[in-house]
Design a protein around this ligand. Structure first.
Ligand code: NAD
Ligand code: MLT
Length: 310
């Protein structure tokens, strides 16, 4: 049986597939047309966030039995189309949560202390000590929108930094919030009271474009905003306007509506904007976790008919 790997996956995952006697074909960065050709005769596909498994691509697969996502988000897979064809879809929800949460905290601190801007300035031969006056996070309020696996770890690390943590999540209970040491509030209170706001919801029909002009207007003047969840949750044009007006003092994005974003994206022209190319899960530890778990899921399903999410 044959497995197509169409995104960069840690070696340990590939070894598990080969050791089980599966044929591994690696083709990264395929165009939709090339992907349709490559998926046609495979039994499984192993992906991260780069591969878009649309209904059209899935329709081109004649033998596909399982889609394994080495990571959390399944917004790049048309699950309905897979289900209609009887193709099982599995992900690894917990494998990269610590890495994604640590990246969020890194973004918050980098924003607060102008680390990317100061690095660029020094590399340009300058010594602009006065220009890069930062702010402490201790004693400040962090508002977390979506307190699931990653949002919970962000809350824990932020409390370690002596921040007060507010949470908005209509699906968690007061008891869970108390265990996490966060104050559960409504969305408007979170927006009005937070010095920092970080988003950790999935990208769904409900959350697409969720953080928009209307919500930015309700935020505290000079708030700092972080999105390490999914592009598309935040309206990038509205974020641009909020940064230009100074309503939002700084923003950090790890994820974009279109990835990679256009080179002339308006946000890239703003000094109070920092970013990374979807690096939330890009650590040795997380990549080993998700690759080995997803590869084991494929082996278990193809060879033993066992379905499980790691
Ligand atoms: P999760 O499902 O564990 O948590 C999401 C939380 O959001 C849940 O508690 C849910 O109740 C809440 N939620 C859903 N809709 C909401 C809404 N409208 N308003 C407020 N809360 C809402 O997910 P997770 O594993 O913590 O992942 C969070 C996000 O991070 C996802 O978008 C995921 O794709 C993304 N992610 C990004 C990276 C990266 O590399 N940057 C890595 C892993 C995950
Ligand atoms: C995820 O949802 O797990 C992330 O997007 C990580 C990734 O695959 O890069």
């Amino acid at each position: 049986m044959k497995v197509l790997i169409s995104d960069h996956i840690a070696e340990e995952g590939k070894e598990i597939l080969k050791a089980a006697g599966l044929e591994v074909v690696e083709k990264v960065g395929l165009s939709p047309e090339d992907l349709k050709e490559a998926i046609a005769d495979v039994d499984a596909i192993l992906i991260r966030s780069g591969t878009k498994l649309t209904a059209e691509v899935i329709a081109a697969a004649t033998r596909l039995k399982v889609i394994a996502r080495a990571g959390t988000g399944l917004d790049n897979v048309d699950i309905d189309a897979a289900n209609k064809r009887g193709i099982v879809v599995m992900n690894v929800p917990g494998g990269n949560t610590v890495s994604a949460a640590e990246h969020t905290i890194s973004m918050m601190l980098a924003l607060s202390r102008n680390i990317p801007q100061a690095t660029a300035s020094m590399k340009a031969g300058k010594w602009e000590k006065k220009k890069f006056l930062g702010r402490e996070v201790a004693g400040k309020t962090l508002g977390i929108i979506g307190v699931g696996r990653i949002g919970s770890i962000v809350a824990d690390r932020a409390r370690g930094l002596k921040m007060k943590v507010l949470a908005y999540d209509p699906y968690i209970t007061q008891e869970t919030a108390e265990k996490l040491g966060v104050e559960l509030v409504d969305l408007d209170s979170l927006l009005a009271r937070s010095d920092y706001i970080s988003v950790h919801v999935p990208l769904t029909k409900e959350t697409k474009g969720f953080i928009n002009r209307e919500l930015f207007a309700k935020m505290k003047d000079g708030v700092m905003f972080i999105n390490c969840a999914r592009g598309g949750i935040v309206n990038e044009e509205d974020l641009y306007q909020a940064l230009v007006s100074g309503k939002v003092a700084g923003a950090a994005l790890d994820v974009f509506e279109v990835e990679p974003p256009p080179k002339d994206h308006p946000l890239f022209g703003l000094e109070n904007f920092i970013c990374t190319p979807h690096l939330g899960a890009s650590t040795r530890e997380a990549q080993k976790n998700v690759a080995t778990a997803a590869a084991s899921q494929i082996v278990d399903y193809l060879l033993h008919g066992v379905v499980r999410n790691a």
